[in-house]
Design a protein around this ligand. Structure first.
Ligand code: BTN
Length: 264
């Protein structure tokens, strides 16, 4: 049975809703099917006049998640979005939080309240709605950053996802035009990237605090479940601050280092 797409990704529609300035800064490519939007931008040369290269696709055949996991990417259902750019800032440790905040602000515009599980999962009532994968590559002498976002929009069923998940449709009880969400994502991310380069990370830290799922909650590391920590926010580089419950000592974790299990 062929699946009918009633809400195709529409380049004209997306670009028409961006203001002139933003439209000239963005180059947008839409694919019916692609292995991974992140892989596409990682391989592609993006150094040219346009500041932000955006790649979106109706489906990914090899969508990638964090820690080597795959990202289930059924056709026509969700948003598989990557943005490639060059950033002048060298320390990118807070970029995943800045990105997660942007997506959470977009979701707020659609009346969905998502909290952030450090470093970059967005959860609604403890169910994952969005995952973020940030990768870098060297192009000439510059570091290219690719921000990959997988947002569950109109997906209602999946037997393949091995964790609790939800989608915008499941939360709102109605389908949502993915093009409108993408427009808001482009707007929000473009201003976030400017702020990320200009402002101190404290700007993002303040906004993150009320959305921080781990704050004052107990969690363990999947690699070492015998030690329990309590979340104490993040520092001004985006590192997680945690208190070891036994020793009471404070430790810091960087995002690549750990995988967390929230204790209920
Ligand atoms: C996670 O594990 O939570 C991160 C998931 C990131 C998925 C997105 S979908 C668009 C982009 N392309 C990929 O292959 N992965 C990211």
């Amino acid at each position: 049975m062929e699946v009918v797409n009633k809400n195709p990704l529409d380049k004209k529609k997306i670009l028409s809703k961006l203001n002139n300035h933003l439209r000239t800064r963005v180059s947008l490519e839409i694919f019916d099917s692609i292995s991974s939007t992140n892989d596409f931008l990682l391989k592609r040369e993006i150094k040219e006049d346009k500041k932000m290269k955006i790649c979106i696709a109706e489906e990914q055949t090899k969508g990638r998640g964090r820690r080597g996991k795959s990202w289930i990417s059924p056709k026509f259902k969700n948003i598989y979005f990557s943005l490639g750019s060059f950033l002048k800032k060298e320390d990118l440790s807070g970029l995943s939080i800045a990105t997660a905040l942007s997506v959470s602000e977009v979701l707020t515009e659609f009346n969905i309240k998502a909290l952030i599980k450090w470093p970059n999962d967005l959860l609604v009532k403890n169910k994952k709605i969005c995952g973020i994968l940030i990768e870098t590559a060297k192009e000439d002498e510059l570091i290219k950053v690719v921000i990959g976002i997988g947002l569950n929009v109109n997906m209602e069923y999946s037997e393949l996802i091995d964790q609790k998940w939800t989608s915008m449709k499941l939360e709102k009880k109605q389908s949502i035009d993915r093009n409108l969400i993408i427009v808001e994502m482009i707007k929000k991310l473009s201003s976030t990237l400017i702020k990320f380069e200009r402002e101190d990370f404290g700007y993002f830290n303040e906004r993150f605090a009320p959305l921080d799922i781990l704050r004052n909650k107990e969690f363990t590391l999947k690699e070492n479940p015998s030690v329990t920590y309590t979340g104490k926010g993040i520092d001004n580089k985006g590192l997680l601050i945690a208190q070891n419950l036994k020793g009471q000592n404070i430790v810091k974790f960087s995002s690549g280092e750990v995988s967390l299990k929230l204790d209920k």
